[in-house]
Design a protein around this ligand. Structure first.
Ligand SMILES: C[S@@+](CC[C@H](N)C(=O)[O-])C[C@H]1O[C@@H](n2cnc3c(N)ncnc32)[C@H](O)[C@@H]1O
Length: 457
């Protein structure tokens, strides 16, 4: 069917950027038809070429900035690949503008939801790059050579890259070293089309407070040829390595890790600390990627919870218990629930490791466990929720309200589901009582994390 649009693919136009999408793309209107334009900021006039025409909107790329926003950062040529990769889509905005963008995104979603609430300025970080403590880098054949890099956005074409800009530079260095060792040992990279080849990804985790690093080789095959030599060479090149694992993923899937993990060297975990608690982190456990900002986020959640040492707290979606343990130091009892069983095992171990005896962890879906606790007559004073992007299950909100906690602290990584859930909480008698506080966990990207306090009417 022919699409009726006032623009054509590959044609050039000029226009004013009137807004920015939640993904950080500039919005230009041609006869009320929206075009989403990469590398374009509100207030700028741009010459652009249309790259895709859809029924109700299209996409375009800037050819020339006719006027420039004071919020623009000039990107050095060597870093232009990063935007293409979707690694740093907000790299063309000053950091101040990124923080305002995130505050504004929450505010405008609240307005659309007819919620008249205040959003504080985003809490940013001093050095808003080199922050990620984890990388999972694809390995593919490029020009006859095993390469590491990134997939060009919306494709599986690997573009080689060595400086990932937002990762801990020790991780970048390790990836290059491991890549060269794999090349030297003649290992074949994975090929998605034929489902052949051995190495799919290199995973690296680096502790922030401790000098520990985990390297993971994610392989298509169960065996790793030359494993002994590869391990010896990695240990030789990276003497502070504490863990090397092989994870087998033989399924034709985009999911990175598979079900089997073998330890090739050292321990199956690395250790790191958050707010004074030490954690064991296994290869597959969720662990926040920005340690500096995570401490600010958790401290804020503790402050909003107003703990005095006498409270019973539920931590729903607790992962390896990082929030639970931080709260356990300021509360009477903490009950955590998480769906990934290995993360719950880690949470239990971590409580012991830190000498905390007032925590209890369950493996279950949070929505089921909340109903279970309600049936058992548990009376929490505070419920903390930190759900994935899809937000809270409606039944969890009902069970939470039925337990009548004084406070609900909502840690959100997706403002649109946060707004929906605030509306649902209002229906069961809980309202936002303090300004919503965004914390920038992911500088240079459009991801938005925030803490919201809800209290019973
Ligand atoms: C955003 S993470 C938060 C983890 C933890 N609070 C932290 O800060 O490290 C969300 C967690 O929810 C878990 N999860 C996803 N769906 C779930 C569900 N229905 N019930 C319980 N946990 C779930 C994920 O495995 C993940 O550990």
């Amino acid at each position: 069917m022919k699409i009726q649009a006032p623009v054509s693919k590959n044609e050039t136009y000029t226009g004013d950027v009137v807004d920015v999408t939640y993904e950080g793309l500039g919005v230009v209107k041609v006869d009320n038809y929206s075009l989403f334009v990469t590398n374009a900021l509100p207030g700028e006039k741009v010459k652009f070429v249309v790259t895709k025409v859809g029924k109700s909107f299209g996409f375009a790329r800037v050819l020339e900035h006719l006027t420039k926003s004071p919020d623009r950062v000039e990107i050095p040529a060597k870093d232009r690949k990063l935007a293409q990769a979707g690694i740093a889509p907000l790299q063309h905005m000053t950091y101040d503008a990124q923080l305002r963008f995130k505050q504004h995104q929450i505010q405008s979603l609240l307005s659309k939801g007819k919620l008249d609430l205040t959003v504080n300025e985003t809490i940013g970080m001093e050095t808003p790059y080199h922050y990620r403590n984890k990388a999972q880098i694809p390995v593919r054949l490029v020009n006859g050579e095993l390469e590491t890099g990134f997939f060009r956005q919306h494709t599986h074409d690997l573009v080689p890259l060595e400086d990932f800009y937002i990762q801990d530079p020790r991780i970048d260095k390790a990836i290059v070293i491991v890549r060269d060792i794999l090349r030297g040992q003649g290992l074949t990279p994975y090929d998605e089309r034929t489902h052949r080849g051995i190495v799919r990804n290199i995973m690296v985790r680096q502790s922030y407070y401790e000098d520990e690093m985990m390297i993971g080789l994610i392989t298509n095959s169960h065996t790793l040829p030359h494993a002994k030599e590869i391990v010896a060479e990695i240990v030789d090149a990276l003497p502070n390595i504490t863990s090397i694992i092989q994870n087998v993923n033989s399924r034709p899937t985009n999911v990175i890790m598979g079900p089997i993990t073998n330890v090739l060297y050292g321990e199956p975990v690395i250790h790191d600390s958050l707010l004074g608690n030490r954690f064991e982190i296994s290869a597959q456990s969720f662990y926040q990627v920005n340690p500096v900002q995570t401490e600010k986020l958790y401290q804020l959640a503790i402050d909003r919870a107003g703990l005095t040492g006498n409270e019973t707290v539920i931590d729903a979606y607790c992962g390896i218990g990082t929030i639970s343990l931080a709260m356990a130091r300021h509360a009477k009892e903490v009950y955590g629930v998480e769906v990934v069983s290995t993360a719950v095992e880690d949470a239990k171990k971590n409580a012991k490791l830190n000498g905390l005896t007032n925590t209890h962890f369950e493996t279950n879906k949070a929505e089921y466990q909340m109903a279970e606790w309600q049936k058992q007559g548990l009376k929490p004073d505070v419920i903390v929720v930190d759900p994935p992007r899809k937000g809270l299950d409606a039944t969890l909100i009902e069970s939470a309200a039925a337990m009548a906690p004084k406070k609900i602290v909502y840690v959100s990584c997706n403002p649109s589901t946060l707004v929906r859930d605030i509306q649902r909480f209002a229906e069961v008698g809980y309202h936002v009582t303090e300004p919503i506080q965004p914390v920038d966990q992911f500088p240079q990207t459009p991801h938005i994390e925030s803490v919201t306090l809800l209290e019973r009417d």
